[in-house]
Design a protein around this ligand. Structure first.
Ligand SMILES: *Cc1c(COP(=O)(O)O)cnc(C)c1O
Length: 219
């Protein structure tokens, strides 16, 4: 039974063509990740470095690899950065500076998204919405890191009335930053929504969603 493939095909047929479905692969078997890619997934989202290595040994460069987890500064090493095409979870200048330093040493430029704590939740990662523009401007001054958009988790809960406004606000922030035309910033990706929230996120303007259990089954 190719359950993962079936889920992937259903979700891909359900979302508009302009929406990139990122398969959030944390704690999944590499075989399942491969199945998702075979069924049409083009971007894998990883939270853990070790998982990433295992999955990449099977899937290789048939997909793009995005880091979506909590990145600690001491994790930002070249060997780690080498695994990823884009880092979705940059939420401080010191983290961006460290990425810049490491990438500069090998002449690489790392695309990143700035993670916004749109629900203002103390336990969640991300920069507060009112600080996001400033952080984007600061990161734009770095030679080897390029901002390509925003990412947010948003609060989880039974009712869309909890997370819809957070997605709507992040979309507004995204559009606002876009109108500033900050040199070297390209507001291309708005990554919002998970298995339980991606439909609402798309309604509110997401063009990238990160789906784990909705593709791979419950964890
Ligand atoms: C796990 C995770 C997801 C996917 O969550 P699901 O509820 O499994 O769809 C999305 N984004 C991030 C940052 C995650 O850690």
């Amino acid at each position: 039974m190719a359950v993962v493939a079936e889920n992937v095909r259903r979700v891909l047929s359900e979302v508009p063509d302009y929406v990139e479905v990122v398969a959030a692969a944390k704690a999944r078997a590499a075989e399942d990740v491969l199945q998702a890619v075979d069924a049409g997934i083009r971007v894998i989202g990883e939270n853990y470095i070790r998982d990433t290595r295992v999955a990449q040994s099977l899937v290789g460069q048939r997909a793009q690899w995005h880091f979506i987890g909590r990145l600690r500064e001491h994790d930002v090493r070249l060997a780690t950065l080498d695994l990823f095409d884009l880092i979705q979870s940059v939420s401080s200048m010191s983290l961006a500076q460290r990425i810049d330093e490491k990438c500069g040493a090998v002449g690489r430029r790392m695309p990143v998204l700035v993670e916004v704590n749109s629900g203002r939740e103390p336990q969640k990662a991300g920069v507060l919405p009112e600080a996001a523009e400033d952080l984007v401007r600061q990161i734009a001054s770095l030679d080897n890191v390029q901002v390509l958009g925003l990412m947010t988790m948003g609060p989880l809960g039974p009712s869309p009335s909890l997370y819809r406004p957070c997605f709507a606000n992040t979309r507004q922030l995204f559009s606002h930053i876009e109108t500033l035309s900050i040199p070297r910033v390209a507001m291309r990706h708005l990554s919002m929504g998970t298995s339980d929230t991606y439909r609402v996120a798309i309604e509110e303007g997401a063009n990238m969603v990160r789906i784990g259990s909705g593709l791979f089954g419950p964890r």
